[in-house]
Design a protein. Structure first.
Length: 205
């Protein structure tokens, strides 16, 4: 969540909380800085079967071509859980965190608590397209040169002002100007627009 992998010139001063440094063959360094220590590092033999990192249990990446509407529909069809909890389940799709789950659900006009199985085929199709599109835009918006990033100690990386929903409780919805609301879904704080993201209980498939 907070850890950073940095490729730096050899002589670059170490950031605080740098826990691991790899010396690359071209003279640069790959450093791992992690203030909150959520990160893990494993050293494993080339032929060793990975039964411990959990990587094998991850679902597909949102940018994987195999991650399409048919795939998403098969994943969600029988799940009564809230759609937001499903998006955060890394065994279903890898790499969506709390912030971008809110942004994606807003873009898709889905209430975070809507049961996944109640989504219509059209909603799933839209969601499957909006997941990679929202993430790709975020990557683009946060582009910064490696030099600027290192110079600023990572402070250039501030995505919050670019977010439309997350952290904007009480602010006007960018679409309809209703006040955005916060609720807790699966133990995670969630922001949504009560008007654009109305809950739908009936199965409209
Ligand atoms: Zn709205």
């Amino acid at each position: 969540m907070t850890g950073r992998l940095l490729v730096t010139p050899h002589a670059h001063p170490a950031w605080p909380h740098t826990h691991a440094v790899f010396h690359l063959s071209d003279g640069r360094q790959l450093r791992f800085a992690d203030q909150r220590r959520f990160g893990r590092l494993w050293l494993r033999q080339t032929d060793e079967i990975d039964t411990f990192t959990g990587i094998a249990r991850l679902g597909p990446e949102p940018f994987d071509p195999a991650f399409d509407a048919a795939h998403l529909e098969a994943l969600l069809r029988r799940r009564r859980r809230a759609i937001k909890s499903c998006l955060l389940d890394q065994s279903l799709v890898a790499g969506i965190g709390n912030i971008y789950a809110d942004e994606i659900l807003f873009a898709a006009r889905l209430h975070p608590e809507q049961p996944a199985a109640s989504l219509s085929r059209a909603q799933i199709r839209r969601l499957a397209a909006l997941i990679p599109a929202t993430l790709a835009k975020a990557v683009d918006d946060n582009r910064v040169t490696p030099e600027a990033f290192l110079q600023g100690g990572g402070t250039e990386y501030r995505n919050t002002p670019l977010l439309r929903i997350y952290g904007h409780e009480g602010d006007p919805c960018p679409r309809c100007h209703s006040a955005l609301r916060r609720l807790t879904v699966g133990g995670r704080s969630s922001c949504h627009c009560p008007k654009c993201q109305r809950p739908q209980s009936e199965n409209r498939r």
